[in-house]
Design a protein around this ligand. Structure first.
Ligand code: IPE
Ligand code: MG
Length: 261
């Protein structure tokens, strides 16, 4: 049997039915390790990507019960275009694979879908599909699934800067008024709070151009499981790690301030 992950480990505990206090409201995931998962099984990378869609399905269904309200997933980065054309084609086909089987259920279960990233350069039928998913779920508010597709943190920051510069040049924006809130409002992720927790499975420990602005105070959790194997117990374990962290947002803990005098 192929290895489930790089390191062997005990099966994680099942997710609790009632989310504990202090759970992250916005979780973002770099869905990584599809290629290695396939390779371990002697399968083409394509099969790893398809298995990754199953992992997304499991994660979207597990997240609300763990107290998560917003989930952002990295589906395709602005740098993924450098992969072989056949793999790019397969990656472009994944949203259709996911929505064909799941959009009705997402719609029915109150999940709102939004995609962020550059639409420019995507096949027309994919743009139509992403628009349709957004339109059909626009009234939902139980859970929010944000899919980063043809997304790059630097590209998104550059696009926001250009939009603000254009508004200033057109006299619609006073340059002196641009602050962090203005800038965040010009990003494609505007409207959602920044992620509390960013998870990267597959053992890699980097952001790879994901949510660069938004990650300012996110807790980072790296897990040694390949994305196609990702299960509810892994999400629950990442959330437990998050809950054990001490978030200070650049401030200090009240007790320490008193001790320091
Ligand atoms: C993630 O799996 C899928 C995307 C990047 C779109 P990878 O294809 O990066 O898998 P590895 O890293 O080669 O195992
Ligand atoms: Mg990878």
């Amino acid at each position: 049997m192929a290895a489930r992950s790089k390191t062997s480990r005990a099966e994680p505990a099942p997710a609790p039915a009632v989310p504990a206090a202090g759970s992250p409201l916005h979780v973002a995931i770099v869905m990584d390790g599809n290629g290695r998962w396939a390779k371990h099984r002697g399968l083409p990378r394509t099969m790893g990507h398809r298995a990754g869609v199953e992992a997304l399905r499991r994660t979207v269904s597990a997240a609300p019960d763990l107290g998560v309200r917003w989930l952002t997933v990295f589906g395709f980065s602005t740098e993924n275009w450098s992969r072989p054309a056949s793999e790019v084609r397969e990656l472009m086909a994944l949203p259709k694979r996911y929505f064909d089987s799941d959009l009705k259920r997402l719609e029915r279960e109150g999940v709102r879908v939004r995609s962020v990233g550059r639409r420019q350069g995507l096949p027309e039928d994919l743009v139509t599909l992403l628009d349709e998913a957004e339109r059909r779920t626009a009234q939902n508010d139980r859970f929010f699934l944000q899919i980063a597709f043809n997304y790059g943190g630097q590209a998104d920051i550059a696009d926001a800067a250009r939009r603000l510069a254009e508004a200033a040049a057109a006299g619609r924006l006073d340059p002196a008024s641009v602050d962090e809130a203005t800038f965040a409002g010009a990003l494609s992720t505007a409207g959602l709070p920044p992620p509390d927790l960013i998870i990267r499975p597959s053992g890699e420990q980097r952001l790879s151009n994901f949510l660069l602005w938004e990650a300012a105070y996110a807790e980072l959790v790296f897990q040694d499981v390949l994305w196609p194997d990702y299960a509810a117990g892994d999400l629950s374990a990442a959330i437990d790690i998050f809950r054990s962290r001490d978030r200070r947002f650049g401030g200090a803990v009240a007790d320490d301030i008193l001790v320091a005098g």
